[in-house]
Write a protein that binds this ligand. Structure first.
Ligand code: SF4
Length: 258
């Protein structure tokens, strides 16, 4: 939606998208998407909560019949209850929020914004609290925690699982860090990533938290690939969704607000 962001992450996944799209243009794109049969839309890049028309655009997506309306955000502005309430009322169904590590020391260092870890956690909690309070009038909001795997956090990946669990995430995604610009830190070596993901998946299976690994090729390591499959097994996923705040999977949610 735009190239502005209130974080300054050492590794930015949204760099190179220099634009800011006006509301009318976004709504036109939403109409085109529906005409072509799309039922899911994701608002991202770089920080969509800075777009002054975001709630209105989300409402337009809902009114056009999109069933899954996802926001990818650093979550800091969601601590504003008015914004959280506006997004829930407008029909937001899913939010993906990245955390660079399990504590402020790592996260704030990566975002280069002191206090951003606390603000992001507060934002997630505010949104989910609002969504829970409003669930009789609006669709529930599913929260996915995303963690890019970097050299700074690779030794702490397993700690992301209980954190995601405590924050009531329906899913935890680990994202592979691509080779970036020369001024960005290098990704961790493969053997460290494998060991860390192996530990994290063990914890995820124990806590019955679904985990997705985004951008990682098959590890060609039977024990690790088996754990990866187990963490994503429907037998794990289905009961978890059934207990996730009375929230049905997005595809089962009603198209219209009550
Ligand atoms: S929060 Fe996202 S868009 Fe903003 S600087 Fe960090 S990675 Fe880039």
């Amino acid at each position: 939606m735009m190239d502005r962001c209130n974080n300054g992450c050492q590794v930015c996944f949204e760099q190179g998208r220099a634009f800011e799209i006006e509301r009318a243009a976004l709504e036109f794109q939403l109409e085109v998407g529906r005409e072509q049969g799309a039922l899911q839309v994701t608002f991202t890049g770089r920080e969509p909560t800075l777009h002054e028309s975001l709630p209105q655009i989300v409402a337009s997506a809902r009114d056009l019949g999109y069933l899954v309306i996802q926001l990818v955000t650093n979550g800091r502005r969601l601590g504003d209850p008015d914004l959280a309430r506006a997004l829930v009322a407008a029909g937001l169904t899913e939010v993906l929020v990245p955390l660079w590590g399990p504590d402020a020391a790592i996260h704030d260092e990566m975002t280069r914004v002191k206090g951003s870890f606390a603000q992001t956690v507060r934002g997630v909690r505010t949104l989910l609290a609002v969504a829970g309070a409003e669930k009789t009038r609006a669709r529930a909001v599913g929260f996915t925690l995303g963690t890019p795997v970097t050299a700074r956090n690779v030794a702490r990946l397993a700690e992301m699982v209980p954190l995601a669990h405590r924050l009531r995430a329906v899913e935890l995604s680990f994202l592979r860090q691509r080779e970036g610009a020369p001024d960005q830190p290098l990704p961790p070596p493969d053997h460290e990533v494998r060991a860390a993901l192996r530990d994290a998946l063990e914890v995820a299976v124990a806590l019955r938290l679904p985990v997705t690994l985004v951008g990682f090729a098959p590890f060609d390591e039977p024990a690790l690939d088996a754990r990866r499959a187990e963490a994503l097994n429907d037998d794990v996923l289905a009961p978890l969704l059934a207990h996730a705040g009375d929230r049905p999977p997005p595809c089962h949610q009603p198209a219209e607000d009550a």
